[in-house]
Design a protein around this ligand. Sequence first.
Ligand code: HAM
Length: 433
Amino acid sequence: MPRFQAPVGTRDIMPPESARWERLVGVFRARVEAAGYGLVLSPMFEDVAVFERVGGATDVVTKEMYDFADKGGRRVALRPEGTASVVRAWVQHRPPLPFKAWYAAPSFRYERPQAGRYRQHHQLGIEALGTDDPELDVEVIALAWGVVADLGLERVGLALNSLGDAESRPRYVAAMWSFMKANRKGLCEEHRRRTDEADATGTVPANPLRVLDCKRTDCRNTTESAPRSIDFLSDAAAADFGRVTDGLGSVGIDYRIEPRLVRGLDYYTRTIFELVAEDLDAAQNGIGGGGRYDGLVEALGGPPTPGIGFGMGMERLLLACDAESKFKLGSTGVDVWVVDSTGGSEATKLVHRLRTAGVSCDRSFNGRSMKAQFRGADRSGAVMALVLGPREVAAGEVSVQLLREDSPAVVVGAADVVGHVVKILAGQVGAKR
Ligand code: HAM
């Protein structure tokens, strides 16, 4: 038999780690639902054109997409991110504006796997459609920042930039294109090739800003002197950006304006931002990012409707937590372990009564020895063992043995034992394990 493994670039999230994932979703949900965002559950795959329409010139769409023809011959793609799906869903259903949505979405990118970079990753994100007010930019960034704070992370930086609006962005793109042509010799091989190819056709490459994100030394050095988007902002875009920075200041959020900041997807306009974990390596320190996409709804067939949002990688958030020793693995397991040395059917009845009363409990099977059953109790992290031996069963009693204290077992009538257990647990809240 072959030894099957999870596909390259994917991971099984096993207990007890999976409990931390659930808690992370809970932290995120609590934060964004308290701000009026509602959960959107959209399909994990879409018509490939949805993603091509929003990122046709990006690596995420051209190189990394899991796209294929289904059995009906439709070209579909596993979603590489959450924004396009939420926007497609809004255009389809047209719920009232403003529309505020959140999601926890597995996302798929055929990337070269490495620590913090997977072929299936998981994004927690929000999208807000229908408002171009920069105060909303502040709200969205503050929510991302709030999640970071809720997790206890302290060494995270907020990088901010503005790409400009419909008036100023094209001027900036044109300036970047001129810069690339004039400095082609200093670019890395790939960007030199891209520049030459576009130049030969006489067209502006789809997104010449991408070079600012190139990690190769040639491009990094050469683009030190590249034009900066914030120097090209129209008066309106500059005023909006000023309100974003003032707003962040007014709610006590530190940020750093990063004029080279660009994003890996093409739909962004005006405010963009990234959360960077200072303790992680450059390849994995982007724990979240987002920005405005005022043209995306239209690109997917809707009316002109502004939008803004962000996505955070769950894997990366947890890596950042580990690096700062925050948001640790909580205790999992059960509170009570039932030990039955009379064959097991007494345990079945008691476990059923305990579970019906909402007590978390477990037991051993297959008539294991007392010693083995107590080992199971220990491993489970249970606070107490309820022991059913021949003597207890004959007398209609149960021995209650606290496992974390050096105290003698207490014998309780079988009819009262569930109530007794509930009282013990209530009295030990917080100090249970
Ligand atoms: P993104 O920056 O491409 O933006 O992804 C968001 C986050 O997902 C990243 O900051 C990173 O933490 C995580 N991530 C991305 N790719 C991987 C990967 N291969 N492995 C592990 N983690 C990864 C977006 O996807 C936009 N949709 C965000 C957004 C929402 N913008 C506006 N609204």
